[in-house]
Design a protein around this ligand. Structure first.
Ligand code: DP6
Length: 399
């Protein structure tokens, strides 16, 4: 009998940023956060987990390379917690095979290059937890699994759901109420699209984990943000999502990205995640929105940045074409835009700007400043995949 499961899990990008822990072991945040889950058809982590009595220890392979599972590491914690849930189930159902006592082999891969600087820890830990939950046939809800994924990487707890997801910070010291919930499904607002501008970056940045800890220890602005800013924004952006109010969604998303980078700057020593290209993209989005708003129209695009220079631009489907034209004009691409939604004909992207756009707000950059432009949309939660998709071969090892 082969006990094995393969799943995929999505990436999520926050509109209200998680930045700061009140408990670094349990990964309990200093504020709630909210994100949009992106489509796994474009970006995903895939993970196969297998339990077998012949395995001599727990083993993990990431993108084909074996990684040591260190005792007490975040990966070890997630595996232990999942085995504990399985053991509970076995205790209640004595006929169930004792999988909790077997070691596991886990193989995981991302379909996007790590070099792109896109956070893979969120989709990676969500896929790890979901694959073990499937292997162990646990009846757990996504919120229950989010409690465990959270201990792998905070933002991973939000990748257990599709659509629009809140991570409620909770108040319990044991973390039992610090979990993800669905604010709205993908079907509620399928017009929500995202453009990821992969920005070239040659220096090694500060990791989220160490950066946010330094912010907690040194930034006075973070304390203000936690107490006086995030609670109100959580309410406003949840409401904006429920009423499909892109204007409010966009405004708050940009404000919150700005404030996250402000608390990074307020850290000692200061942390800079955005670079000149990141800032130029902000100027383009601001000018693009100005043209619309001055003509009595809505805000049409919202930028947001995580712990690196890549930009994610949220927009409604109807505006995606204009924004891609704009980005390509200022950041010429080495390769043709992939166009997964078939917006452009044979001639491809022309680099057009909308009428009234002040073209002097930014000087065009050279080829490669934005290495790649990925067009995607709001997506669904983790998927259980067929046996053919498995990343482990007959012997329980990667091929
Ligand atoms: C800027 O989840 O990577 O992307 O919990 O230490 O693993 P750890 O941090 P991580 O931090 C993500 C920070 C962020 C904002 C966000 O996703 O909310």
């Amino acid at each position: 009998m082969v006990y094995q499961a393969t799943v995929s899990a999505p990436v999520n990008i926050a509109c209200i940023k998680y930045w700061g822990k009140r408990d670094t072991k349990l990964i309990l945040p200093t504020n709630s956060s909210l994100s949009v889950t992106l489509d796994q058809d474009h970006l995903r982590s895939t993970t196969t987990s297998r339990a077998d009595p012949s395995f001599t220890k727990d083993r993990l392979w990431l993108n084909g390379v074996e990684e040591e599972i260190k005792p007490n590491s975040r990966t070890a914690t997630c595996i232990t917690e999942m085995k504990r849930l399985r053991a509970n189930l076995e205790a209640k159902n004595p006929n169930e095979p004792k999988l909790s006592q077997f070691h596991v082999h886990i193989a995981s891969k991302n379909n996007f290059p790590t070099a792109a600087g896109l956070a893979s820890s969120a989709s990676g830990f969500a896929a790890l937890v979901k694959s073990l939950a499937t292997l162990y046939q646990l009846p757990s809800t996504p919120s229950e699994l989010s409690l465990i994924a959270r201990q792998g990487s905070g933002s991973a707890c939000r990748s257990l759901f599709g659509g629009f997801v809140a991570w409620e910070m909770g108040s319990s010291p044991d973390g039992s109420d610090s979990l993800a919930i669905e604010v709205a499904s993908r079907e509620h607002w399928p017009e929500m699209h995202a453009l990821i501008c992969v920005v070239s970056d040659d220096k090694k940045g500060t990791s989220s984990t160490s950066g946010m800890q330094r912010t907690v220890e040194t930034s006075a602005l973070l304390q203000y943000r936690i107490k006086h800013v995030v609670p109100e924004r959580m309410k406003l952006v949840s409401e904006a999502i429920k009423t499909r109010d892109f204007n409010t969604f966009a405004k708050i998303t940009m404000q919150d990205s700005n404030q996250f980078h402000a608390v990074a700057l307020d850290t000692e020593p200061p942390i800079f995640y955005m670079n000149d290209v990141s800032r130029a993209i902000i100027s383009l989005v601001v000018e693009y929105n100005r043209v619309s708003v001055d003509a009595g129209g809505p805000i049409k695009a919202a930028y947001t940045y995580d712990a690196g220079p890549n930009a994610v631009i949220y927009t409604l489907k109807e505006n995606a074409k204009e924004i891609i034209e704009l980005i390509v004009k200022y950041f010429p691409q080495a390769n043709q835009f992939r166009d997964p939604f078939g917006l452009f004909g044979e001639n491809g992207v022309q680099g057009k700007v909308v009428d009234g756009f002040n073209t002097t707000v930014v000087k065009p950059f050279g080829i490669g400043a934005v290495k790649e432009l990925i067009h995607t949309q709001v997506g669904d939660g983790p998927r259980v995949l067929a046996t053919e998709e498995a990343l482990l071969g007959d012997e329980g090892l990667p091929p």
